[in-house]
Design a protein around this ligand. Sequence first.
Ligand SMILES: [Zn+2]
Length: 261
Amino acid sequence: MKRLHVFLILFIMLSILLADDIWVFVEALNMRSCPSLRCRVVKVLSYGTVLQEMGRAVYTDSYDWIEVLGGWVAMQYVDYVPIEVVGDLPIDFDLNYSERPLPPHYRPSDLVELPREVTTKPGLMLRQEAAEALVKMLEAAQKAGYRLKVTSAFRSWEYQRKIYVAAIERYGPDQRYVAKPGRSEHQLGLAVDLVRADMKCALEKCFKDTAEYSWLIRNSWKFGFIQPYIKYNILYEEEPWHFRYVGKDAAKKYMSDFELP
Ligand SMILES: [Zn+2]
């Protein structure tokens, strides 16, 4: 065999070994002959198909593409194979630094319903420890003169997938508003979206200019909540209403090297 061939074969074997497995998380996904919507559909892949990433990523038609054996798939509808989880994840589990997403079946066992008077709609749930801390935090806010409510808390994997696919349809494939299923802290049962009771600036950037936000940033860590994206956010649009429970110690540590505005 020619030396070049040996190198080529070694190179291909090495790239396959180093490649990460990815999986299809939508019901059906077109595999195309080249990285563009204009390319021919070679095959339709079903939910759960595991593929090997051979290369990436060309930005065409607003999609990013991954080369797999036999064609190309849009990166927007695949992710790394989820982590394996047995039981409940630790309270300070850092999803943003996890390369792989949460599995579809992950749902904490200790979810409790939040008191109706602190939510904008019925049936919102958090893990017990986070729910208790949240109620204390909102009571303290009220004492300080700020009325806040929870408008989103635990979200199942399936619900996250639904809003993710809807966000792509509405804002396009390069949207940065909604996380992929398995990538949302809401699935951990440890994140809330907070709004003012009068709904002023609800889920809008201007929430950041409210006195309520300012109170939260100064005080939420005392109750174990932080804003996980105030430091190194490159993934998502800024979400000043999103707070994540990590526990008092982790929150204190997080805030110790963050300068309050
Ligand atoms: Zn959120």
